[in-house]
Design a protein around this ligand. Structure first.
Ligand SMILES: Nc1ncnc2c1ncn2[C@@H]1O[C@H](COP(=O)(O)OP(=O)(O)OP(=O)(O)O)[C@@H](O)[C@H]1O
Ligand SMILES: [Mg+2]
Length: 223
C-alpha cells in the first residue's frame, strides 16, 4: 500500500521580481517500509522536495496524499500537528540544541507530545541504546563526534515512533566511513522497526542501499 502519493507537485520560489521554479509537476509514490533515496545534482530540487514531503513547506500546486488522506487541504495548525505526530527529521548539520544534553535533545519531541516523565526516561534510554550511544546521555553535543551527533539526531527522530523519517543529506558532514555506518544504522532501523525512510544524498555508496531511487534533474523526476 502506498504511504505517500504526490500528484503534479510544483514549487516556485519568489525572490523579488525573479521566480525560481524548483519543482515541475512532480508525481511519485512511496510505499510503506521503503528505504527511498532522492538523488540529483546540486540545485535539482532535493531539499525542496523533502521539505514538501515533510510538510515543512507547501507546494504551489498539486496534491499530497498521506495514507490516502489529502493533506494539501489541511490548515497550517492542522499540518503542524500532523507533522509532529507522524514525521521524524534528520538534517545534514544535525541541528541539535547546543545547551541541552544528549538526553534532553531526545526528550524534546516527547515533551511536546505530553508524554509523562517516567515513560520518557525509559523510552529515551532504550532509543539511545538502539543507536549505540547510551553512555553519552549526559554529554553536550559539542562533546561528541560528528557520527555520534548524527546518532543523537536519529534517536530524536525515532523517539516518537514516527511513520516515516525524512533525512536531507544525513551523511554530508561526515567522513565516508562514519557516513556508511550511519546509513547502515538507518537501514537496520528500517528493516527492524519497519519505519519508512526518505533521504537525499550525493553519495553513490548510499544510493546502493536504497530500494527505491528517485532521480531529480532541474526540478523534474527523470527516473
Ligand atoms: N528559499 C529559496 N529561495 C529561492 N530559491 C530557492 C530557495 N531554496 C531553493 N531555491 C532554488 O530552488 C532550486 C532547488 O533548490 P534545492 O535546495 O531544492 O536543491 P538541492 O537539490 O537540494 O541542492 P543541493 O544538492 O545543493 O542541496 C535551486 O535553483 C535553488 O537555487
Ligand atoms: Mg539540498
Amino acid at each position: 500500500m502506498s504511504l505517500i502519493k504526490l500528484e503534479k507537485i510544483s514549487k516556485i520560489y519568489k525572490m523579488g521580481k525573479v521566480n525560481v521554479q524548483a519543482l515541475y509537476d512532480v508525481s511519485l509514490t512511496i510505499e510503506k517500509g521503503n528505504f527511498t533515496g532522492i538523488v540529483g545534482p546540486s540545485g535539482s530540487g532535493k531539499t525542496t522536495l523533502l521539505n514538501i514531503l515533510g510538510c515543512l513547506d507547501k507546494q504551489d500546486s498539486g496534491s499530497y496524499f498521506f495514507d490516502n488522506q489529502n493533506i494539501s487541504t489541511l490548515s497550517n495548525i492542522e499540518t503542524t500537528i500532523f507533522r509532529r505526530e507522524k514525521f521524524g527529521f534528520i538534517f545534514q548539520t544535525f541541528n541539535l540544541i547546543p545547551v541541552l544534553t544528549v538526553y534532553e535533545n531526545v526528550e524534546i519531541p516527547l515533551a511536546l507530545l505530553g508524554v509523562e516523565k517516567r515513560e520518557r526516561k525509559e523510552r529515551i534510554m532504550n532509543i539511545l541504546k538502539e543507536v549505540g550511544i547510551e553512555e553519552t546521555f549526559n554529554r553536550l553535543p559539542s562533546e561528541l563526534s560528528g557520527g555520534q551527533q548524527q546518532r543523537v539526531a536519529i534517536a530524536r527522530a525515532l523517539i516518537k515512533n514516527p511513520y516515516i523519517i525524512f533525512a536531507d543529506e544525513p551523511t554530508a558532514n561526515l567522513d565516508h566511513a562514519t557516513g556508511s555506518k550511519i546509513i547502515e544504522l538507518m537501514k537496520n532501523l528500517n528493516q527492524k522497526l519497519g519505519i519508512t525512510f526518505v533521504f537525499s544524498t550525493h553519495d553513490n555508496k548510499i544510493m546502493n542501499a536504497a530500494n527505491q531511487l528517485l532521480i531529480l534533474e532541474d526540478g523534474k523526476i527523470i527516473s
